[in-house]
Design a protein around this ligand. Sequence first.
Ligand SMILES: Cc1cc2nc3c(=O)[nH]c(=O)nc-3n(C[C@H](O)[C@H](O)[C@H](O)COP(=O)(O)OP(=O)(O)OC[C@H]3O[C@@H](n4cnc5c(N)ncnc54)[C@H](O)[C@@H]3O)c2cc1C
Length: 463
Amino acid sequence: MNNSYDITILGGGPGGYVAAIRASQLGLNTAIIDQDPLGGVCLNWGCIPTKSLLKSAEMINSVKNAEQYGIKISSYKIEHSVIINRSRQISERLSKGISFLMKKNNIKHIHGRGVFSSKNSIKVSNGKKVTNIQSKNFIIATGGRPKNIPGVSFDGKQIISSKEAMVLNKPPKDMVIIGAGAIGCEFAYFYNTCGTKVIMVEMMDRILPMEDEDISKELNNRFVDSGVVINTNAIVEKVEKLKTKVKVHIKNGNKKIVVESSTVLIAIGITGNVDDIGLNTIGVNIDNGSIIIDEYGQTNIPNIFAIGDVSGPPWLAHVASAQGHVAVEKIANHNTRPVDYSNIPSCTYCQPQVASLGLTEAKAKEQGYKIKVGKFYFKSSGKALSIGEPNGFVKIIFDSKYGELLGCHIIGAEATEMIQELVIAKSLEATWENLALTMHPHPTLSESIMEAALDAYGIGVHQ
Ligand SMILES: Cc1cc2nc3c(=O)[nH]c(=O)nc-3n(C[C@H](O)[C@H](O)[C@H](O)COP(=O)(O)OP(=O)(O)OC[C@H]3O[C@@H](n4cnc5c(N)ncnc54)[C@H](O)[C@@H]3O)c2cc1C
């Protein structure tokens, strides 16, 4: 077998497989190596299985609220194992789909763990044999894994990461979730809906701390209304594992609090998979658990690129794929342009959904912009009322000088679908007028974007 390639991709997640397909389209002889089923964390243990679980939670809430739509459901039963199996089956199906795409694009799929032996070679072991792969170029797309609190270890039962949280046999009686970013909030919504008593612990002053402050407040209120307990400004000092429960010792200013539950989910971020893959041997520069790259994904070693979670935040599948695309085009000397890091949509798929783009109001002010801010509340939207989703709002931030779109923040139904209008608008350098004066179909939730843009300039209609 000829084990020599133009480009070899280490890791078959969304970054890796998109890069492989683009490489093949550009006529490069391509190999992809993965130790796990293709699709990476995204398809197998991240984006997709969580969204399947969240759909079940949404269905549970629809059943609970069915009466207001004129449907009386006298009894129902939640079968947790069916919820989990559905999620696993969707992941499995998609992973097989990626294997098919590799074959269709003539990409050599090598199953096993890859470790660099030189700048042009990698050794792949699958437990049975070791294969030596030679390649002119490499893309490292080994992804990341959940970060842990120093001194605490995941045991998969009492102290778990998102991976175990996705496949628990049954909803625990109670769960402390440490970390109120997107993953923490999604699981808080899911398990709270499933009947678990959820206690969130966040070291920053608000949940979803990267989002606009107004969004965090709204989500906080909605979570509290649904029974979630939230501790912010809460620094975890100790996690104490007992026989039947775990105690989490928190410091909140001068106050010391202990919260406890049968299960603790730690969702405090991601660290790159940079260890034991031979990076020291070849001298790839790393900083704080992430590979250092330039705007095209190139590392300090010219024929080695890195993309996705292993190259640092934001840890998002669509960022990984976009980086994969650019890296391959750069390697192939194809006309390309760097990833636009100012135009990355960020989504949290709990209910209400949260989606955002660009600068928050605070960041825009911090950067010295004079701004105009428009808001539109879904309670004034005919469509939102018709579908029974009157909570939440759209907030858009414009630079007051030219009306440049600086940021958009949405909380409410279908926020994660609506944000894309703003991503396109920003990539086309649209101004407030383009958003405000372009027709939006009626009645839709997307009209709220038009209304928020009008509101920024004091000419809102339905406020
Ligand atoms: C619970 C959860 C929910 C998420 N939800 C979303 C979401 O809704 N939207 C979103 O955009 N992002 C989401 N993410 C983040 C998203 O999953 C990641 O950003 C994305 O998967 C990163 O892609 P990647 O290509 O960098 O690597 P990964 O998807 O991590 O894939 C890396 C692959 O490389 C393999 N690998 C690693 N080392 C080696 C080696 N030495 N040899 C061979 N193979 C190796 C791994 O086994 C893995 O299959 C979520 C993450 C989690 C954990």
